[in-house]
Design a protein around this ligand. Structure first.
Ligand code: MEV
Length: 324
């Protein structure tokens, strides 16, 4: 069947506000979308048979026969199966992203969510956030081992989420997070690329050597996430800063921080951030700092001067994540 048309869709990057790593072991975590950096997928009908993927930013083009195991090829196949379309269609799929790869901002999950949405739209189907998240989760699982599912969830729902992974195959708990009033964050990218599966694998090795100690640390991180949810709801901004700092101390203890992250975190705190921590897999990637209207500019400038590769200002609010 020929589809003489075109569809396009996008999905945001994300940051984990609190609870990363412990969330893999069943503790709660909170993640927020980052609308300023997005991944985009475009699907066009092609003249010849087969599916061609094109990534202009990377200067790469490939066909199904070239790289059948490529994550985007696998996800395309799974999405077409989900919407009941045979894979012998002729399509040209273009993917673009301004989310730094392996930077802790959910680049892979966002690209996946954009691709699933664009494919569904091309075939006049609508997949809800839970369906999009489930497809992207399977794709992430194939390539990243044991993801908790929080990244694919937040980029598919595009709102701040409270996330607890399900045990024994049960679905996760996904709830919206009340944020009153909105909270301002500055995100600083160390520029050090650290794939999440590497830091997640390192934590797993250490956990296997000393489960009791690590389970206790994960529980403390979970308790911080619970407290963060409460202070976001009640607008207790000072307490939020203290909790983010406590979360950072626990992340240092489980061994996922780095000198570059701690440098940016220290700078942000010294120039007035109420709290700061690494965000995501750690080992590099990004940190975030909690700021007010009075401190946002100085923290942003100080992180840039301290060598951050990218600095973003974002506002976390209840339904969406707006940018000034
Ligand atoms: C990565 O954004 C968050 C981690 O907790 C891994 C995961 O939840 O899959 C480090």
């Amino acid at each position: 069947m020929q589809h003489p048309k075109h569809s396009t869709a996008s999905a945001p990057g994300k940051v984990i506000l609190c609870g990363e790593h412990a969330v893999v072991y069943g503790q709660p975590a909170i993640a927020v979308p980052l609308n300023r950096v997005r991944a985009q997928a475009t699907v066009d009908a092609a003249d010849k048979g087969g599916i061609v993927w094109y990534a202009p930013d990377l200067g790469e083009t490939w066909r199904l026969g070239d790289l059948p195991d490529h994550p985007l090829a696998q996800l395309t196949g799974a999405t077409l199966a989900r919407i009941g379309v045979a894979t012998d269609v002729a399509l040209r799929i273009t993917v673009r992203s301004d989310i730094p790869i392996a930077g802790g901002m959910g680049s892979g999950a966002a690209l996946g969510a954009a691709l699933v949405r664009a494919l569904a739209a091309f075939f006049d189907q609508v997949l809800g956030p839970a369906d999009v998240a489930a497809l992207v989760y399977e794709s992430e699982r194939a390539y990243h081992g044991t993801p908790s599912g929080i990244d694919n969830t937040v980029v598919s729902y595009e709102q701040p989420v409270w996330f607890v992974r399900g045990t024994d195959g049960a679905p996760p708990t996904i709830e919206p997070v009340e944020v009153r009033p909105p909270v301002a964050l500055i995100i600083g990218d160390t520029g050090v690329r650290a794939p999440t599966y590497v830091t997640v694998g390192g934590v797993r090795e250490r956990w296997q050597r000393d489960r009791q100690h690590y389970n206790a640390l994960f529980e403390q991180i979970g308790a911080v996430a619970l407290a963060v949810r409460g202070v976001l709801r009640d607008g207790q901004i000072e307490q939020l800063g203290t909790l983010l700092n406590q979360n950072q101390a626990l992340l240092e203890t489980i061994g996922v921080s780095s000198p570059e992250l701690e440098h940016l975190i220290g700078v942000a705190r010294r120039v007035g951030a109420l709290g700061a921590k690494l965000s995501g897999g750690g080992g590099g990637g990004v940190m975030l700092a909690l700021v007010t209207a009075d401190t946002a500019e100085q923290v942003q400038a100080a992180l840039g001067a301290a060598g951050a590769a990218h600095v973003l200002h974002t506002t976390v609010s209840m339904h969406t994540n707006e940018h000034p």
